[in-house]
Design a protein around this ligand. Sequence first.
Ligand code: ADP
Ligand code: ZN
Length: 216
Amino acid sequence: MKNIILMGPPGAGKGTQATDLVDRYKIPHISTGDMFREAIANKTELGLKAQAIIERGDLVPDDVTVALVKDRLSQPDCANGYLLDGFPRTIPQAEALEEIGKQIGRPVNLVINIEVPQDILLDRIAGRRVCPQCGASYHVRNMPPHKEGVCDRCGHELIQRKDDNAESFKIRLENYDKSTAPLIGFYKELGLLKSYDGTGGKARLQKELFETLDNL
Ligand code: ADP
Ligand code: ZN
C-alpha cells in the first residue's frame, strides 16, 4: 500500500525525488504546486485567484487547496495509491486529509520528511531552473541539464519560477516554520513519520527511499 506524503521545506528536493518515485511505483504524482502553476498558465478561475499569493510566497487558503486535492484523490487513478507532494502544508489541511483518506478508503500510510538545514535552501532555490512542460527540476551548478537551459527529459526551454527569488523565499520559509513544520509532530504522533537527510545528494536519498518503499 503506497499512500504517501512527501514533506520538507522549499528546496528540500521533494519534486526531484517525486519524479523518480512515481516512475518506479506507478502511482500518480499529486503536486499542489504543479496544479496551481498549471491553473495559472491556463488562466483558470483558480489560477487567477492563486497567482499573486503564490508569486509573493504565501499559502493558498486551506478551503481552496483542500477542495482541489479532494477532487484529485477521488479520481480512479488514485485507487492504487498516490504520492502527495506539497500537501498538506497546514494542520487544518492534514486534518481534512485524514477525512478524505477515510472516505476514499485509502488513508495515508507513510509520511516522508526530507530534512535540509535552512542555510542550504536559499542557494538551491536561487539556482533552481524548472521545465514548464514536464515539471523536471535542475540546478545551474549542482544538477545542470546536459545542454544549458534545455530540459533533458523533453527538450523544452527551462525557466526560473517567479517565486524562486530571495524575497518570496523568505516568506515561504517563514510560512514553512509557522504552518508546515508543526505537521512533523502531527504525523509523528500518528506513527507515520520517517525522516531522511536531504543533504547527501540526489542518488543517495533516492536509494534510501527506494529501500523503504520497496517494502511498503
Ligand atoms: P516548494 O518548492 O516551495 O515546495 P511548491 O511547488 O510545492 O513549492 O508550491 C509552490 C507554491 O504553491 C507555494 O509556495 C504556495 O503558494 C502554493 N501551494 C502549494 N501547495 C500548497 C498547499 N498545500 N497549501 C497552500 N498553498 C500551497
Ligand atoms: Zn521537460
